[in-house]
Design a protein around this ligand. Structure first.
Ligand code: OAD
Length: 254
């Protein structure tokens, strides 16, 4: 692993453009559960009952109950050394684009924490492919508002509603069967195509289109560095694969 750490440092150190793609594993050490694998959310819950537009139309109370629970868990979580190392990389290396599948807001919190008082964290950091749990969106007019942390999911009547049009609010996350925001996905692929190095951290890389982003790096002549304690579909195509926890490996290679 020491040789691999050196190689990863070297590749990242001389790259002009770096594409970072993160998944649930980058937040595991902050206490946020992953989706697959041991203790993963999709081991205990059925995505089609909780994370689809059909589920929301059928039983918005149940869907809200689940997201209110996830918000309450997240309220206890803080960025870990992996989020901080990535935020510092982006600050000192402007050719870095960070794309995340996570909705937990921890990359953003880490960026706010590392900027100097006279600076403002880049509002486009990170590119959030699957939306954000710290925002709500009107299910009819699409108006976005900061998340409500006091959602009463006790009955359909108590669910939060849009102040403009009165329709039900929903968490501003992308559900299965929904399209990703076109401008976000376009920016992510654009960054992938121009990257010398793709640093892929803590994702099983099975959910598309996010899973195709590292492939775009390779097709355009870049190389992949992967940080993941488990083998994934990307491991064989990575020039360096670091099988450790993001919170230890990233501060070491960045
Ligand atoms: P997964 O739960 O599928 O994968 C998490 C990955 O993180 C696994 O490969 C683990 O081995 C790895 N991992 C665990 N602990 C780690 C650590 N400390 N450091 C580094 N890696 C670690 O999560 P995602 O790939 O992010 O989508 O899942 C992708 C999408 O599937 C999610 O965004 C979500 C889900 O359904 C939507 O909700 C739309």
């Amino acid at each position: 692993m020491t040789g691999d750490v050196e190689r990863a440092r070297e590749l990242i150190g001389r790259a002009e453009r770096i594409l970072v793609l993160t998944g649930a594993g980058v937040s595991a050490e902050s206490g946020v559960p992953t989706f697959r694998g041991d203790g993963g959310l999709w081991r205990s819950y059925r995505p089609e009952a909780l994370a689809t537009p059909e589920a929301f139309a059928r039983d918005p109370r149940l869907v809200w109950e689940w997201y209110a629970w996830r918000r309450s868990c997240l309220a206890e979580c803080r960025p870990n050394p992996a989020h901080v190392a990535l935020a510092r990389l982006a600050l000192r290396h402007p050719g870095t684009s960070l794309v995340t599948q996570n909705v937990d807001g921890l990359h953003h919190q880490a960026a706010d924490a590392v900027v100097r008082p006279e600076e403002v964290a880049d509002p486009a950091y990170p590119l959030e492919l699957h939306g954000a749990l710290h925002r709500d969106r009107c299910s009819r007019c699409g108006r976005r508002t900061p998340a409500r942390y006091d959602v009463d999911a006790g009955s359909p009547e108590s669910l939060p509603r849009c102040e403009e049009c009165g329709a039900l609010l929903r968490p501003d996350v992308v559900w299965f069967g929904e399209a990703l925001a076109p401008e976000v996905i376009a920016a992510a692929f654009e960054a992938a195509r121009s990257a010398d190095v793709g640093l892929v951290v803590g994702t099983s890389a099975v959910v598309h289109p996010a899973a195709a982003i590292p492939e775009a790096v390779i097709r355009s002549g870049g190389v992949l560095v992967e940080v993941n304690p488990e083998t994934t579909t990307l491991t064989a195509s990575a020039v360096v694969s670091l099988p450790g926890a993001a919170g230890s490996v990233l501060p070491e290679i960045l």
